[in-house]
Design a protein around this ligand. Sequence first.
Ligand SMILES: [Zn+2]
Length: 282
Amino acid sequence: MVEVFSLIARSRYMFIALPALLVSVAVLAAPRFGFAEEPAPARQAMTPVAVPILMYHEIGDGPNQLYVRLGELERQLRYLAREGYRTVSLSEAVNMLAGKADRGVVAGYKPVVLTFDDGYRSHYTVVFPLLKEMNMTATFFVISGRIGRPGYVSWDELGEMAAAGMEVGCHSARHLDLARVKSESVLGDEIGGARSALRERLGVDVSHFCYPSGKLNDAVVERVKREGYVGAVTTAPGWALPGSDPLRLRRIRVNRSDSLRVFKEKLTPPRTHAISFGGTIR
Ligand SMILES: [Zn+2]
């Protein structure tokens, strides 16, 4: 190798040959050092796990149970981190429920999904900075027709959150009680149209729906499926379990009055299912 270098160094073509040699060495060495792009393997089969999906609304002081104080949220998130939970997106959770794992999943952590409904401005002003500080992510279910109105996040703010790794889900266009909607075209606007608006304005995929006020019936779920959503969350209480219908996922509601003791009780895992993701996929 040294001889090759000195030969090239003496050559009148060294300005061309030397860079060419260095590039060749880098290309040959790359696979050994893991620089080269490996083909992405398909999702691998794992033991399905149960996943708690936490449901929050407004964060801050307010008149009812839907408002959780920022200090409480922070205490709850620190508790999750201490207990070995790691936040995953709803998309990852749906895969885990089905026993499939995305590449890069590591062993031994307990997945949890944080969801925030309605697209309140507090989600940008206080939740987003806290999540970034704690290296966590969440799924934000926004009402497309309210984005940019007073009290709600703006398109730019939502775009910034999505760019930072937060998941955006669809919570309809107008937050109607969909179980009472008879018109197919209105259902289309609320479920499909709202999703298209989010995708177009934000340039991100929107794979999950959140039923406004938890109201649904078979026709609504069928429409959600037909519009191509991968998952949908309800307000029915409980963990999401392997084998659950991904379009009727249960959630654990966090209330303003919940002490940390109550929060821990709500998070009691089901005895019947694994809750820790047990493999390494590289
Ligand atoms: Zn809502």
